[in-house]
Design a protein around this ligand. Structure first.
Ligand code: RB5
Length: 145
């Protein structure tokens, strides 16, 4: 399992906490930044996460800004990305089972690490349900228009 993770300054602290969780659980990841609390623009990090995920074949991505809203909006502009701003274990599970989300978005100012660890675990333990493939294909068709 290989994960690409990135954030703006609003998500930096939470990103560092998630990395500790990955280290403790021997989960492989690439951190594409940002690397400090200095103010940056979240669309730049959405692009870095998306490019790595799609070109370097990571299993999924984690995108964090202050609320998770801006970075998820930006990520969903990238062809092939389905980013889900999840807020509990149920939405994390459904993001995989129904939406085949390949990016989880979190808010550094709205989520805490204990919630986030549970959401990442349940997402990783869930599987896409093939009965939803027609809807995923329709999303892909929108990208072609
Ligand atoms: C940056 O201050 C903040 O706007 C950003 O992290 C994010 O919350 C936007 O959606």
């Amino acid at each position: 399992m290989r994960i690409v993770i990135g954030s703006d300054h609003g998500g930096y602290q939470l990103k560092e906490e998630i990395k500790l969780f990955f280290d403790e659980n021997h989960i492989d990841y690439l951190d594409v930044g940002t690397y400090s609390n200095e103010s940056v623009d979240y669309p730049d990090y959405a692009l870095k996460i998306g490019n790595s995920l799609l070109k370097d074949h990571f299993d999924f991505g984690i995108a964090i800004c202050g609320t998770g809203i801006g970075i998820s909006i930006a990520m969903n502009k990238i062809k092939g990305i389905r980013a889900a701003l999840v807020y509990d274990e149920n939405t994390a599970r459904l993001a995989k089972e129904h939406n085949q989300a390949n990016v989880l978005a979190f808010g550094g100012r709205t989520h805490n690490i204990e919630q986030v660890k549970k959401m990442i675990k349940v997402y990783m333990d869930s599987n896409f349900e093939e009965r939803h493939i027609n809807r995923i294909n329709k999303i892909s068709n929108i990208e072609k228009e």
